[in-house]
Structures are given as C-alpha cells and as structure tokens.
Design a protein around this ligand. Structure first.
Ligand SMILES: [Zn+2]
Length: 279
C-alpha cells in the first residue's frame, strides 16, 4: 500500500473572535524589506504545494489542505483534516520570524526517537539546500498540531520572513521547490519510500565558486562592519549578529554563492551601506 502524507500550509483562515461564525485571514508572520512584504502564509502555501508535487512524484499519496480558500474555518481545522486523512505522517509548513536566521523543525517533546531523528535530518537538509543556518530540532510540548495529530507529525519552519539573509533566499524564484525537495527527501527516508529526484535541479542557480568571489564577499562584509561602527543607528543588530555566520558560510561554500551575494546586497540596502561595484 502506498504511503500517505498530510500536508498543510500554516495560517490562513481562522475564526473571527469579534464575529462568531465568521472568519478572518491570518497571514502569519510578516516581514518587510526594500518595499517588499514577506508574508508567511504566502510562502507556507508555495512550499506546501511544491512539497505535495514532490511527494506525489515519489509515489506518495498526498492529502493537501488548501490554506487559501477551502481551509476548515476552525482553529483546529488542520488537525481535524490530518486525523481524518489516515495519513502515515503529517506536516504543517511554517516560516519563522522575530530574531533569527535559518531552518528548524519543531516536533512534540514526546515524539518517537525516529520522528525526532527525521526532524534533525529534515532541518539539516533544508538549511543545506537553502544555504542558511541549520537551527536543528526544536522539541517542545506547545504546538497543538504536533500534540493532537494521531500520526507522527512535524512543523518545518523553513526560514525567517524578517531576516535580511533569509529574505534574499526567499526571493529566489526556485525557493519553494528547493526547500520542498529537501523536506520531501527526508520524509521519503522516514517512510521507507525511494526518493525520485526531480528531472532538473530546482532552485538557486549553482555557480562556480572562485577565490576572487570569496574575497569580494569578505571585503564587502568587512565594509558593512565598518559602516555599522560609523553609524550604529542604521544597523540592524540582528542582521549584524548573523554576519559572523555569513562569513563562516563563505568558508563552507561548495560552489553556490548566489544566495550569499544576494544576502550581502540585502543587508547593505537595509543598513544604507554603500558597496563597491561588482557582484
Ligand atoms: Zn507560522
């Protein structure tokens, strides 16, 4: 019998506390940068759809909740739908906010060792595919989706909608497919299903990493550091705390620095720093 996975995009319609029986739209976390709005629900939906497509390609039966319109307008809609689906696994896709950068996976504190291991694998796969920080597993007893679903479940928090570093990655055209493939491959491993890779590599374009590129980026990061000292009012402390990680990431880069160039640009834009031309 084929394996079945329930996939839901986090947030969407929820009951309106002021008007019983009516619903309101909950976008989840919202970030802003360079005149753009990064709405969590929008990314949750794109990743959930891409994940459903990837899982189906691997022969997995998917029950996909439509968070845009046909969402059960009940606070526990996703849990009810998951439990009614008879799935072997349930995932609710979210994106993070408020003080951080990177990918993490939230599971219930009392989840099985196998599910916790899956969460660990999934977080590393997402962070690796996106080229952002791996924040690992967050095991806690708080999210009702993880507590009340009757099958093993997890909540991938793919990236931060309000981090300049992550926004550069979220802005890539292949973002949703890239992170969805990482989630899909981890899930296939957990379910004992062979991962059938997509025909063409999705997502962030790979490019040759040259020492000149690395030196260029390090020089720009140094410039941003100097700029921060000159005008601390312009700096976002949270972005600059991440600079250490970005610099480390340059050393770790193995042939994909498109996201890194974009991140440097995004931080420069946010802090008002002027970058030398090139890249
Ligand atoms: Zn959320």
């Amino acid at each position: 019998m084929p394996k079945k996975v329930f996939v839901a995009p986090g947030h969407g319609l929820k009951p309106d506390p002021k008007h019983p029986g009516k619903t309101i739209f909950d976008p989840g976390a919202v970030g802003h940068a360079g005149g753009k709005t990064f709405e969590e629900h929008d990314f949750n939906t794109k990743v959930a759809n891409a994940l459903a497509a990837a899982l189906r390609r691997c022969g997995v039966v998917v029950v996909l909740e439509d968070g845009g319109g046909n969402h059960d307008p009940n606070f526990k809609g996703s849990i009810k739908a998951a439990n009614a689906s008879g799935a072997d696994y349930a995932v609710e896709v979210h994106h993070n906010a408020a003080g951080g950068t990177g990918s993490e996976v939230v599971v219930n504190d009392r989840a099985s060792a196998a599910n916790k291991q899956l969460a660990k694998t999934m977080a590393a796969a997402m962070a690796g595919a996106l080229g952002i920080r791996n924040r690992g597993v967050k095991a806690r007893d708080r999210e009702s989706f993880n507590i009340e679903t009757t099958m093993p479940a997890s909540i991938p928090e793919c990236a931060f909608v309000d981090s300049a570093i992550d926004q550069a990655v979220l802005d890539q055209p292949g973002y949703a497919a890239t992170v969805a493939e990482a989630i899909c491959e981890s899930l296939c491993g957990f379910l004992g299903v062979a991962f059938n890779p997509p025909p063409a590599a999705p997502g962030v374009r790979k490019e040759e990493l040259s020492m000149a590129d690395v030196n260029d980026i390090l020089a720009k990061l140094e410039l941003l550091r100097v700029g921060e000292k000159r005008d601390p009012a312009k700096a976002d402390p949270h972005d600059f705390a991440s600079l250490e990680g970005v610099a480390r990431k340059v050393d770790d880069a193995r042939g994909d620095i498109t996201w890194l160039k974009a991140a440097v640009k995004a931080i420069a834009q946010k802090t008002g720093a002027t970058l030398p031309p090139g890249g």
